[in-house]
Design a binder for this molecule. Structure first.
Ligand SMILES: *Cc1c(COP(=O)(O)O)cnc(C)c1O
Length: 347
């Protein structure tokens, strides 16, 4: 019996993925972290089906998880650092493209001693001020002609709409003056990225994560299994914290806890008098500090009895409602960029 599941309407999801890739310009899917809820291997397999030439991962440690399922180039988004033995090792892989964000990293990279000079993209510092080289360092980096294999420039823009295109243009022009090559960019629309490619007369590779994998919510659904159900009487003490139940009801034990990221779904705390009154009315609970759960039972989100446990959650349902049966799946709202599901089910 699976617990927390991500159900995919596979055909319509894949149609959305294909449409997104076709909008261009050259889409580079991003598979990092929890794999946007799907897992890294699954995303790598989907990227392979899409036939894209490159896939981006976040960390050097993620390369191994996508390398089998995807046969193209693997770009590591986190800048290369010599202290990381893993980053050093994978930089020698002919399929891997490392990101260089500091001039000082070029020398150790050039001296890695593989069969070929490591493949790299040079990162330009944007207004985000996270990683990247300023114009002067970028100019020097561009001079390292043959010591590394130059694969282009990378620009990571902030999420704001305003001014991002102007910044993309400015940095894109600078890059092309320093050394012509593809521009790998994030957080532009397909239209903007296509524009940029035309304006600069250069190949623009648009990295997409959220809008690709999670961009068609109608083809995705998350559910939690009801794993147990108990009648509870008014005044009875229940849960880890042995709280008293304020009226008769159902204690529903649901799959999904902190280990799945359920505690991270920012359940809105019942801090106002009004929300406490609602909690009391709906859940029959003494409601101080109580939080709305992401589980929908009998048509509504229900209150947590207490904070979620590691792999399950306790939710209270008024006694006059007909509870779901043990084994049934109920809707659960998960933020898929932080959640870990037990199963991904193709439908
Ligand atoms: C994570 C990441 C992306 C993808 O971000 P989304 O917002 O999920 O599309 C793109 N570029 C870089 C550099 C990233 O680190």
């Amino acid at each position: 019996m699976s617990g927390l599941s991500l159900h995919i309407k596979t055909e319509s999801w894949r149609a959305h993925l294909r449409r997104t890739v076709e909008r261009g310009p050259h889409v580079v899917p991003v598979a990092k972290g929890n794999g946007y809820g799907f897992g890294l291997e699954r995303l790598a397999a989907e990227a392979e089906l899409l036939g894209v030439p490159a896939l981006a991962v976040g960390l050097a440690s993620e390369v191994a998880q996508v390398r089998e399922a995807f046969s193209g180039d693997l770009v590591i988004l986190t800048p290369w650092r010599g202290e990381s033995s893993r980053a050093v090792e994978v930089a020698r892989d002919p399929r891997v493209i490392s990101t260089v964000s500091r001039l000082v990293d070029l020398e150790p990279l050039a001296n890695l001693g593989g069969d070929h000079p490591p493949r790299v993209v040079f990162e330009l510092l944007t207004s985000m001020k996270r990683h990247g080289m300023d114009a002067e360092d970028a100019r020097s980096a561009a001079g390292w002609e043959d010591a590394v294999t130059f694969e282009g420039w990378t620009i990571h823009l902030p999420l704001l709409d305003e001014g991002r295109m102007a910044e993309a243009r400015r940095l894109g022009r600078l890059a092309q003056e320093l050394r012509p090559g593809p521009i790998w960019i994030s957080h532009l629309s397909a239209e903007e990225a296509n524009h940029l490619a035309q304006e600069l007369g250069v190949e623009v590779r648009l990295r997409l994560g959220t809008s690709l994998w999670l961009g068609d919510p109608s083809s995705l659904r998350t559910t939690a299994r009801v794993v147990d159900l108990h009648r509870v009487a008014r005044g009875e003490r229940v849960g880890y914290r042995q709280r008293r139940v304020a009226r008769d009801g159902w204690l529903v034990v649901l799959a999904g806890g902190t280990a799945h990221g359920v505690g991270l779904v920012a359940p809105s705390a019942a801090t106002t008098m009004r929300s406490r009154a609602i909690a009391l009315a709906e859940g029959g609970l003494e409601a101080s500090g109580r939080a709305l759960s992401p589980f929908t039972l009998v048509g509504e989100k229900r209150w947590f009895l207490e904070p979620p446990h590691m792999q399950s959650s306790l939710v209270l349902l008024p006694g006059d409602l007909t509870p779901p049966e043990v084994g049934e799946e109920v809707p659960v709202e998960l933020r898929l960029t932080t959640a870990t599901v037990d199963d991904v089910i193709d439908e």
